[in-house]
Design a protein around this ligand. Sequence first.
Ligand code: SF4
Ligand code: SF4
Length: 301
Amino acid sequence: MVPIKEVVVVSGKGGSGKTVFAASLAYLFHQEGFKVMAVDVDVDTPTLHFMLPIRRGLKRYEIYMSRKAVIDANKCIKCMRCVETCPYEAVVVDLTKSLDVESLYCEGCGACMHVCPVSAVSMRESKTGSMIFAETEFGFPIFTAQLEIGEHSTGQLVHELRERAREIAREQNIDVLVVDGSPGISCTIIASIAGADYVALVSEPTPQSLRGAFRAARVAQQFRAYAGFILNKSMGYPVENEVEKLLSIMNARLIGKIPYDYAVIESLTMLKPVVAYRPDSAASRAIRIAYENLKIGAGIR
Ligand code: SF4
Ligand code: SF4
């Protein structure tokens, strides 16, 4: 069996164009005849399916990874220790001094359970969200997730999504996984990058975005994943001249410079990757160059 290639697209800062690039990559792989699956692990703000709209859902998996505190009113002696201890003010007291846990605020830390002198607090499993396996309007599959209100992404959750995506990819004989990773540089990006064959780092030409991308490049280095850098919204700013010098230090290569192009904004409103909406646009031409370079770097033929 040919091993599945995993290409993960990340950025050190939200809004850099990571998802625009990931959607275009998935589309180009599909156009070229690869069996591709798009995977969105940016679960706090999943938007890949806005550019790769879902035609029909195929399977849904519920995720139960959260814990919430529950108070047993029959055991509670109203000592108020849990109220004083909860760092999130999730234990609420009504006028009759009855206690309850506001589940939207409860982070499941378990502190209230530990301080309760009469074991009136227990922890129960709670729904974190859902994973959705679906078919896009372009005919290739997408795997995405949706969190319940008040839930947030964790490294463990991203790891779980990646594992489930790999399982589905094996069942579906997928050649390439294009993963839209988590932005930023927290544990979720580490979970996004772990196991990747190739990491595509997308950055705007701003000091904030570049700094985040270089830090993400360091994470890729730790995992010995080949890293390619895409400078998005390029407009020839002086800071762009420094990028290649810095990249050589980071052991990453500049594989594409995508110009600032209104076609990208139009494509977002049309719910399509720019390479599908305006294949002749300057941004699309630049994305195709980055795509070809990425395939060489990732050994995808
Ligand atoms: S589990 Fe933590 S966050 Fe939830 S109510 Fe108890 S102390 Fe507060
Ligand atoms: S710590 Fe236990 S006994 Fe005290 S108020 Fe909270 S639930 Fe009731």
